[in-house]
Design a protein around this ligand. Structure first.
Ligand SMILES: [Fe+2]
Length: 318
């Protein structure tokens, strides 16, 4: 199936105004459209919206969106029918055909090709607000079966493995998979799942990451800074993890590397290597390993989760 890249995320939030104050007001996302209880946002490089916030009774993730090529939508529909997976074709703002499919692991996927293009504002620098959010980069998913999910996403969706974490017994604890040519569009992380661990947006450079931390501090919102700024060992990227008003985790991310070669070799990390999470060895808070966002099925009900058989946290975690 011809997935091009990660395309969007739909979050349920309890108070849309409060969430817009965070995403638009503090982080500088562009608000492009409001309709009913939903708001549609994008980064400055994007020609299509990439974040949909919908006011709802409890926080959750309604859709994990992927852009496919022109044939991809029919391929996805045929696949969903053949596998007997719950699926439905819908229209959304500026997107006449969005195929919602709940995959065999419970992840609520949404495939789309046609999308109304928004005006190009990349070089409207005078309009930039916040740290200058550019584009969606990846989704990180909690899974109690990282090995199975990783194989499935490679074989069925054509993702390529760039990095992975393994223990001494050769068991897979986490994987990073891409379609678009950098380190990942999707990552799987061992833990109670299926849930969303975090979603990430690309920033122009490491200084923008620091600026985001300064903006949160200036606004007396340091409680929303969960981890960082720092540099990951895995992906080599600079990062900052924030928790939004509903606890959804957003990563601001920049400076990973190119992976377009079809024979690009994956990087193996040992579970015992503290540099994999933060290259400089900083400890990672426990919340980062345990907390995530519930997913919704196609009927809008929470997807049941289960614990992973791989238990325990690496020693360097506080
Ligand atoms: Fe990430």
């Amino acid at each position: 199936m011809a997935i091009v890249r990660v395309g969007f995320l739909e979050l349920w939030v309890r108070d849309l105004e409060r969430s817009l104050e965070f995403y638009q007001g503090l982080l500088g996302f562009r608000l492009e459209h409001r309709e009913g209880k939903s708001a549609y946002l994008r980064g400055y490089e994007e020609l299509e919206w990439s974040l949909k916030l919908t006011e709802a009774p409890f926080p959750a993730v309604a859709a994990l969106g992927f852009k496919v090529d022109e044939e991809g939508l029919d391929q996805a529909r045929t696949w969903a029918q053949q596998e007997g997976l719950p699926h439905r074709l819908e229209a959304d703002w500026g997107r006449p055909e969005v195929l919602r499919v709940q995959d065999p692991f419970g992840y609520p996927l949404a495939f789309y090709f046609r999308a109304e293009k928004l005006p190009r504002v990349l070089q409207n620098y005078h309009e930039y607000r916040g740290p200058g959010i550019l584009r969606i980069d990846h989704l990180n998913l909690f899974s109690p079966e990282v090995d199975r999910a990783t194989r499935f996403y490679q074989e069925v969706f054509g993702f390529r493995l760039t990095e992975y974490t393994e223990d001494e017994e050769g068991r897979l604890w986490a994987s990073w998979l891409h379609r678009k040519g950098n380190v990942h569009d999707v990552a799987f992380t061992n833990g109670e799942g299926p849930r969303l661990h975090h979603f990430a947006y690309w920033l122009p450079d490491p200084l923008a990451i620091l600026k985001a931390a300064d903006i949160l501090a200036g606004a007396m919102r340091t409680d929303e800074i969960e981890r960082g700024p720092g540099r990951h060992g895995i992906s080599n990227a600079m990062f900052l993890y924030l928790r939004d008003p509903d606890g959804h985790r957003i990563e601001l991310y920049t400076s990973d590397y190119l992976t377009v070669d079809p024979d690009h070799p994956p990087v193996r990390w040992s579970l015992d290597d503290p540099r994999r999470q933060t290259l400089w060895g900083h400890r990672t808070p426990k919340s980062w390993f345990l907390e995530g966002s519930l997913l919704l099925d196609l009927e809008g009900k929470p997807v049941p989760t289960r614990a992973s058989a791989l238990q325990g946290l690496p020693e360097h975690v506080t």
